[in-house]
Write a protein that binds this ligand. Sequence first.
Ligand SMILES: Cc1cc2nc3c(=O)[nH]c(=O)nc-3n(C[C@H](O)[C@H](O)[C@H](O)COP(=O)(O)OP(=O)(O)OC[C@H]3O[C@@H](n4cnc5c(N)ncnc54)[C@H](O)[C@@H]3O)c2cc1C
Length: 431
Amino acid sequence: VVDRGDSVRAEAKAWIEENWDPQISVREWLERLADSGWASPTWPTEWYGKGLSNAELAGAYEEFRTLGAPGPPAGLSRMLAAPTIIAHGTDEQKRRYVRSILVGEESWCQLFSEPGAGSDLASLQTKAIRDGDEWVITGQKVWTSGAHTADLGMLIARTNPDAPKHKGISYFAFEMDQPGRVEIRPLKQITGAAHFAEVFFDEARVPHEAIIGGENEGWGVALTTLANERVGLGGGAVSGFLFTAPGGTRAKEQLEQSVGEMVERYRKSPSTFIAANAGAARATLSPKRLIEFAKENGRNTDPHIRQRLVGLYTLSELSRMNALRAKAAVAAGQRPGPEVSIGKLMISRITRATRDTATAIAGAASMLDGPESPLDGAVTQQFLGSPAPSIYGGSDEIQKNIVGERVLGLPKEPDVSRDVPFRDLKVGTQR
Ligand SMILES: Cc1cc2nc3c(=O)[nH]c(=O)nc-3n(C[C@H](O)[C@H](O)[C@H](O)COP(=O)(O)OP(=O)(O)OC[C@H]3O[C@@H](n4cnc5c(N)ncnc54)[C@H](O)[C@@H]3O)c2cc1C
């Protein structure tokens, strides 16, 4: 892998020399990345990737980070929608949806959770009724991250209420722009941002051909999305780029500016850039950055801070090694198993430990936000946003259930509703 890594790195370097031009538009830069396979090099070669492993790519990623140029839009489009469509979509669907994600043309949100269906997702009540070549959607989703900026949604809805709850669900590529039929109400969070929303469907429409993976087969497709979510959130997702470009119709103007200009804007104030760009993302504070932060503030000699830093560093290293195990399993042709649930649980712990360490170093200044606050606002944002990872993508308790059942072999949680027709269940608002 190391030898191969060296040649992959050399390939990346040569490609950058030939293709990096700060004068071209962000759109053109993203197109060059997508069409060369460098946008998402772990994907299959026939679908915009290079079929390489993250281990082989480590050096190449360093080249891209040093370059400081933006990568393809991050977030749910690339982490969830694209790999799900690559796994279950028809070739036509792959051509229609996957490249547009990488070049920033369209962004996606995940229309899964409902007020009565989160951990028990298969109890969802949003219904889809066939009407000729279309399906008519009525119901409500909640917690939908990025709904207000998304062009499309990964929608799971009930297409057969007579079947047991896991068997009557279909997975749709759903167009969000349906005035009067789709209402999006943003929910404001403690961080001050409104990253997620409630979404109401009132006889919204979706063509039959937009079903991914077959009618009533949506649960299996959703499991692929959820598995990618666990891998992504559990430390398996690696972006080779320092930051990512915004994506989707609403970022259209920004994609037309020169890529050099975007790099300058990001460099000037990463937090302002991230706050202004839906769909753009930056890694959370790393232990390495916090060690530097402690030095900059003269706190690196405080034994309590040192203890916290060592603890955080150790946890992060364990998490990194755990993620390598998950990737090795994939490379060996197996499905990643318990590693991803353990990885996701570790991210919850690391997030809390990062919060506690960063605020211990910054002291009272942790309460400040904005460009002149500690680490450009990142300490405060880390602090306020820290509860999220233990809820999204399956709560800590659910991950522990998975570890209990699949790793420790404990008895499965009883579910008497498994074989009962959905319409006879007392779930959500069904009474
Ligand atoms: C920041 C953020 C972003 C999100 N983004 C999205 C998104 O884009 N799209 C989307 O569809 N959803 C999204 N979610 C929703 C998320 O997936 C759900 O919140 C999560 O699955 C939990 O579901 P719930 O909120 O309904 O809680 P519930 O399922 O009602 O759980 C409540 C509590 O009970 C516990 N619990 C439930 N069942 C069990 C059990 N069987 N055993 C032990 N404990 C149990 C849970 O751990 C939790 O503590 C997001 C959530 C957050 C916080």
